[in-house]
Design a protein around this ligand. Structure first.
Ligand SMILES: [Zn+2]
Length: 347
């Protein structure tokens, strides 16, 4: 099936015209779409992006509730629902992207190749043309994570946006081709990871934050938020080396080049001591992972060590976004390691 082009600036349904379910809304759209919600001040616009990944439904659920409510946003709002076709592929909200397609949140840079590059390019054009004063991009994780924000830099505007949703803030300097990298020079942009896909707590965090975002009279650009925010930085992306077989389990799994401890995601955002078990190598004993920060150098052997066939932390780390889904881990990464930076705010 050919990829659908992005439907530009379609008036969003409101109140009783809103479809009964997220799935019905997505079926109505039929493909990627940017909806417009009118607000009290038509001269200003705020942006919302969600569903860059089809298996991350919290933003869509929150948007649906917002449209159904009687809330009139402070400004005009444009809302991009991106990977609608991936989200609708059965079972609903289970595909990050469709087979043969690219990870859409890696497509927001030149050369904008293929169907997904074209969608990313058109989305950027529309968001810039709308003159957004801020942009919030809503995601979920597949592992157990609290809600947290991600941005390319830290300033009052971005701290304020993250504080609407969460009290954890990750500054990323990684070059992945993500939306926040593309638009951070245009307007304050943050990604919100709302929590694990399918958790009602994640949906609630998305909805509460989205309400605050659209109802805010002005985006604060000078004063940091009152809430206390913990800032983490310098993410290192930990991936399985190409071609290796990955499994999750409580014991080493036969045939796997790396078996990760199955409840590893309980460590997300927690300091992990040196010598903590991460998993087991396969019978060949091949070094199983790569870990790269902004420099691009592989620092996996600085962070981890093998003892008696067991992969352990070599030094204290703070892992985030650990997944226990082997497909996600192979398509994206196992987790990120971050450094504590500071706490900001008067909370
Ligand atoms: Zn995502």
């Amino acid at each position: 099936m050919a990829a659908r082009e992005l439907i530009a600036l379609r008036p969003a349904p409101r109140g009783r015209d809103v479809p009964a379910s997220a799935e019905a809304l997505l079926r109505d759209l039929g493909g990627p779409a940017m909806l417009v919600v009118e607000g009290r001040d038509p001269s200003r616009t705020r942006g919302i992006v969600t569903l860059l990944h089809g298996n991350e439904p919290s933003g869509t659920h929150a948007l649906l509730e917002l449209l159904r409510s009687e809330v009139v946003p402070a400004t005009r709002v444009v809302a991009l629902l991106a990977s609608v076709d991936a989200a609708l592929a059965p079972p609903t909200f289970s595909h990050r992207m469709l087979p043969g397609r690219r990870d859409l949140n890696r497509c927001f840079r030149e050369p904008f190749d293929g169907a997904d590059g074209a969608i990313a390019h058109e989305a950027l054009r529309l968001l810039r043309e709308a003159g957004c004063e801020a942009l919030v991009d809503l995601h979920n994780n597949t592992g157990r994570n609290p809600a947290y924000g991600v941005a390319t830099d830290v300033d009052a505007a971005r701290l304020g946006l993250v504080a609407l949703f969460a009290h954890l803030y990750v500054i990323t300097d990684l070059s992945l081709g993500s939306l926040i990298e593309a638009t951070s020079g245009d307007f304050p942009t943050v990604t919100i990871e709302c929590g694990r896909a399918g958790d009602s707590a994640a949906d609630a965090a998305a909805l509460a934050g989205l309400h605050r975002y659209v109802e805010l009279d002005a985006i604060e650009t000078r004063r940091p938020p009152d809430a206390r925010i913990e800032v983490l930085c310098d993410p290192v992306r930990v991936c399985v080396r190409p071609g290796l077989r990955l499994a999750f389990g409580a014991v080493p799994m036969p045939g796997a080049d790396l078996t990760l401890v199955s409840d590893i995601d309980r460590h997300n955002f927690q300091p992990v001591m040196p010598g903590a078990p991460v998993g087991w190598l396969g019978t060949h004993g091949t070094w199983p992972i790569e870990a790269r920060g902004a420099s691009g150098d592989d620092v996996s052997e600085d962070l981890f060590v093998v003892r008696d066939g067991r992969l352990e932390t070599r030094r204290g780390i703070v892992p985030i976004m650990m997944t226990t889904d082997a497909n996600v881990a192979l398509a994206d990464c196992l987790f990120y390691v971050v450094q504590p930076r500071e706490e900001i705010g008067r909370g």
